[in-house]
Design a protein. Structure first.
Lengths: 144, 502
């Protein structure tokens, strides 16, 4: 399965991916309208150390702890291997947030459900927007 | 007290578009942008801005632009703003003014005053997509003697050659002046394109020995990083006598830029300034130059061509004649608009001559003396496009060096601040957090794209002239006509005026 990978060597910590993610999932076609004056809730987060930067999003684990721990069946693994979340089924218990070892699932801004990266299959982009706009090819979408 | 000198450029932010993502702030090594938390707004200290366009390029909503400041002293055609500011800066510091990249002053650009011919009716143009079009060139001595062995078979007496798939090479830029990632990009692109890149006088990093087949190593007045292995790895050896951006002076890499890697590659102590003297202290005549040429040939068993690079200066033709007789295989001439990682401003802006004129006079002189075949001529110093390459070849060059154009392909915005060591594009810096901004996987592809595109254009222009190989274009000055040139300029360039037939 093609996944999003981050090459730490090339990640500059510019945080553009976070804004591109928030824009992609805003449902709007204009970035300024989507993001101006708003607090963003991206599904990818850049972790910054002193000189190290690393963008983290869902790894779509083979044995996904979040899927195993989901009490409502909202988190599933589809035939391609992608971990999906069904907002309608999610009861907002946030167990998945607790168990994810990467911190890649977080509460959605409305607080009633969890949210996670679905490789931009759940929005208008069709391909991961963070990958498309990474200025240094640090975030890649590939088969490994 | 230091007089405040206003910056040349101002950051203009469209408040309707800025989403305060702070990407500009994180990407600016000059610390221009900052986030005012109380106001919830991005702000900028324009005085620190070098106009490198990193923020403009990365701003996701295109909210930024950089404009020339309209702050001005009283308008004065003689004492303009830049001139006054330079006096203030020198009165503040007591130092020599430093600059980077090529001469930006409005001197005439002769490439733009030459027009290329095309075929009509009697000698039809050639379509390079349908018919063969040769852009491969060989650099080196073209003199051969007919000699036979005892069995009567012809001996190969051709001197070693460089084979180029396109008449373009990446010019000398040292590791130190540019980053590891910039070097890797150039090396990988040269390998893929079947051309050469040049180490400059910085030695060759141990990781790049594997690109030796496509490497020209430089031996300059500081002799940094040179040893037998360095010479043997390379495809050719270049003796640097001068550089177009700073003829007559040497180089100075500040100790701050000499980190562990640069120190090992240059074979000099860490943190100590690397000074290249103005002259080679063992070369004061053509005879001395000949000794170095043959020392290098001897060390490499006469298997590699030796290039001698000079800056384009008033006596370039006579100097080139001497070089051709020194045993060198290739002469490289660097015009006064050539780039640099750091040069005194006065030297860069006032010393040397345009490459077009130097090339024309060198080629004419060598032909007059019947020694043109003893050497190939490579020219650099602001070759900006494939059209410049075509015109250079028609004036008599065998190939061109590109440095600035190559850096532009890597993202360089020509902000001319290399000497400050804070290149926001990861090119002219050794700061690890900045160097990583240039991913060679992207960089080398952009270089390959550039040269590939130029190759297509060279083929199109040659096809239009009804010429199907670079060999047939070389020195073919009848393919050029001048426009807006004086009689003297036409005679130096050796071309006719537009409208004049054969």
């Amino acid at each position: 399965m093609k996944r999003i990978y981050v090459n730490e060597k090339w990640c500059l910590g510019c945080h553009l991916c976070e804004y591109e993610c928030a824009f992609a999932n805003s449902g709007l076609t204009d970035m300024v309208r989507a993001l101006k004056g708003k607090t963003i809730h991206p599904r990818i987060r850049v972790e910054d150390g002193e000189e190290i930067h690393f963008a983290v999003s869902c790894r779509h684990c083979k044995d996904a702890l979040c899927v195993q721990s989901c009490i409502s069946g909202a988190l599933t693994k589809d035939e391609s291997g992608m971990v999906r979340i069904d907002r309608e089924k999610c009861v907002g218990c946030l167990t998945c947030v607790l168990v994810c070892p990467y911190g890649a699932i977080m509460p959605a801004p409305d607080g009633h459900a969890a949210q996670k990266c679905m490789l931009c299959t759940d929005n208008l982009c069709g391909e991961p927007n963070c990958v498309k706009h990474c200025p240094n090819n640090a975030i890649v979408y590939e088969e490994r | 007290m230091e007089l405040f000198v206003h910056g040349d450029y101002e950051v203009v932010r469209n408040p309707d578009l800025c989403i305060a993502c702070r990407v500009c702030e994180r990407q600016c090594a000059n610390e221009v942008h900052w986030y005012d938390e109380t106001a919830g707004k991005m702000k900028a200290y324009s005085d620190k801005c070098v106009n490198c366009h990193r923020c403009v390029c990365l701003c996701p909503t295109h909210a930024l632009k950089i404009v020339k400041t309209d702050d001005t002293y009283k308008i004065n055609a003689n004492w303009n703003n830049a001139t006054i500011n330079e006096v203030y800066k020198q009165a503040n510091s007591g130092g020599v003014l430093l600059s980077s990249m090529g001469n930006p002053k409005p001197y005439p650009v002769f490439w733009d005053k030459m027009l290329v011919n095309a075929s009509q009716v009697t000698n039809p143009p050639i379509d390079p997509l349908r018919e063969p079009m040769e852009t491969k060139v060989w650099l080196g001595k073209r003199t051969v003697k007919i000699e036979r062995d005892e069995k009567g078979r012809l001996k190969n007496t051709l001197a070693p050659q460089l084979e180029l798939s396109v008449p373009v090479m990446f010019s000398a830029m040292s590791y130190g002046s540019i980053s590891y990632n910039a070097h890797e990009s150039l090396a990988r692109a040269a390998e893929e394109l079947g051309i050469y890149y040049n180490t400059g006088e910085g030695g060759l990093h141990k990781d790049f020995y594997k690109y030796g087949k496509n490497t020209i190593v430089q031996v300059a007045s500081g002799r940094f990083g040179g040893f037998k292995g360095y010479l043997e790895t390379a495809a050719a050896i270049e003796i640097k006598m001068g550089q177009g951006a700073k003829p007559g002076i040497g180089g100075h890499l500040p100790g701050a830029k000499i980190n562990e890697d640069v120190s090992q590659t240059r074979m000099i102590p860490r943190g100590v300034d690397a000074i290249s003297p103005a002259p080679h202290h063992d070369i004061y005549s053509i005879e001395d130059l000949r000794q170095l040429v043959y020392s290098l040939k001897e060390a490499t068993e006469y298997k590699k061509p030796v290039i001698v690079k000079i800056a384009a200066v008033h006596n370039a033709a006579a100097i080139a004649s001497g070089i051709a007789r020194s045993g060198a295989d290739i002469i490289a001439i660097d015009g006064f608009r050539g780039g640099t990682g750091a040069a005194p401003t006065r030297i860069r802006d006032n010393v040397g001559i345009p490459i077009e004129l130097a090339l024309a006079s060198v080629d004419a002189r060598l032909r007059e003396e019947g020694i043109r075949d003893d050497v190939s001529i490579v020219v650099g110093g602001s070759i900006r496009s494939s059209a410049d390459v075509v015109k250079a070849i028609a004036l008599g060059a065998d190939a061109c060096y590109i440095g600035t154009a190559a850096l532009l392909a890597l993202g360089c915005p020509l902000c001319r601040s290399c000497h400050e060591g804070k290149c926001n594009w990861g090119i002219a810096t050794q700061r690890p957090d900045l160097v990583k901004r240039l991913n060679p996987d992207i960089g080398y592809k952009r270089l390959v794209n550039l040269v590939t595109a130029w190759n297509h254009e060279i083929q199109e222009m040659m096809g239009g002239m009804g010429i199907n190989s670079v060999e047939a274009l070389r020195g073919n000055r009848l393919m050029l006509r001048g426009i807006g040139l004086t009689d003297t300029e036409l005679s130096v360039l050796g071309i006719r005026y537009a409208g004049q037939s054969l």
